[in-house]
Design a protein around this ligand. Structure first.
Ligand code: GLU
Length: 331
């Protein structure tokens, strides 16, 4: 029998990002250029691990990805699994990877691994990390131990859960961390090694509504509340605020947010980058006890950007009532 036939089937979807970027005209900087087949061309080893089919789903910098693009990517990945793929890998830009991975994770209904990877150095630069990251992502995606963990993020030989991972450095090679939770696992000599068993996952159905918008604002010292107050009149249907410290805002913001919370869900997260919001420590106006009494939701350790994604999906299902349950898991 042909050896190839025995290899597992893996689908590779490429969205663009630095992993696919090369320079064109001198002085013009790098832009997404490499399609899926070209990414594979630099890694002949992959052909001995799996039968890989590739699709270039778009060639965008990740700042220009959208929820609609991610829903299209999800449909493609679901079709691949339903058609027999045993693993799926996506390559994309790292700038929004923590958000798109979480978006997909909330909607990924399979035990089959969906692994997202990228690169910090462009494909045309010396010491590029794209090929090593793609190889590690494929190895993780093919490992039986990866099943049932939802969407995984693999870069720098580290495996992160989509819900926990954050990009914490702008240009460093070690740009991803899972603050407070640590790595889900790591890749050693091509093996995916996990530090814990898979946790129980909750998955959402596909959103029915897609036209709604959720705003994200961040508190800062001496912030005026003009933008905040305009949120309802601008047509937003939900609001996330990246608050100070343990999830705090000024007394003035607290009053405006209380009014907004009468019309739409409002979540307060921490802007610090790690740790949960408090529940019952601070008693001043704008602190958690006051905010909860005003009908706001505390995010726990879900970062502001991921809160916005969760809220957008719940509003799209007309199921805002499920928000406290989802956030309770992060307290
Ligand atoms: N550093 C980013 C990347 O890794 C820039 C471009 C992007 O996110 O698409 O891909």
């Amino acid at each position: 029998m042909n050896d190839k036939v025995c290899l597992p089937r893996l689908s590779l979807g490429c969205l663009g990002g630095t992993v696919s970027m090369q320079s064109g005209l001198p002085g013009h900087g790098v832009t997404p250029k490499l399609e899926g087949r070209e990414l594979l061309a630099g890694l002949p080893l992959l052909g001995s691990l799996a039968q890989i089919s590739t699709a270039t789903l778009c060639l965008l910098p990740s700042a220009s990805l959208s929820f609609q693009v991610m829903l299209d990517v999800l449909s493609w990945a679901r079709r691949e699994v339903e058609g027999g793929a045993q693993a799926v890998v996506l390559t994309q830009g790292t700038d929004t990877l923590e958000e798109s991975a979480y978006f997909l994770d909330l909607l990924w209904p399979f035990d089959v691994p969906l692994v997202v990877t990228g690169a910090m150095r462009p494909a045309s630069h010396p010491g590029r990390d794209g090929p090593a990251n793609l190889l590690a992502a494929v190895q993780v995606a093919l490992a039986v131990e990866s099943h049932g963990r939802g969407v995984l993020v693999v870069l720098n030989d580290q495996i992160h859960l989509a819900a926990d991972v954050r990009k914490t450095a702008s240009l460093a090679m070690a740009a991803f961390e899972s603050p407070g939770w640590g790595l889900e696992g790591y890749v050693v000599e091509g093996r995916a090694i996990y530090r814990r068993p898979p946790a129980l996952r909750k998955v959402l159905p596909l959103p029915r509504g897609r036209e709604h918008r959720v705003a994200l604002l961040e508190t800062c010292l001496d912030a005026d509340s003009a933008l905040l107050q305009s949120i309802p009149t601008l047509g937003y249907e939900g609001l996330v605020v990246g608050g100070f410290g343990a999830g705090h805002v000024s007394a003035v913001w607290a009053e405006s947010m209380a009014r907004i919370a009468q019309d739409m869900p409002v979540i307060v997260a921490t802007r610090t980058g790690s740790g949960p919001t408090a529940r019952a420590t601070y008693g001043f106006a704008g602190a958690e006890i006051d905010l909860v009494s005003k009908g706001l939701h505390m995010a726990g350790d879900l970062c502001p950007r991921k809160c916005r994604i969760l809220l957008w999906l719940l509003i799209g299902l007309d199921n805002q009532a499920a928000l406290p349950g989802w956030l309770a898991a992060r307290q």
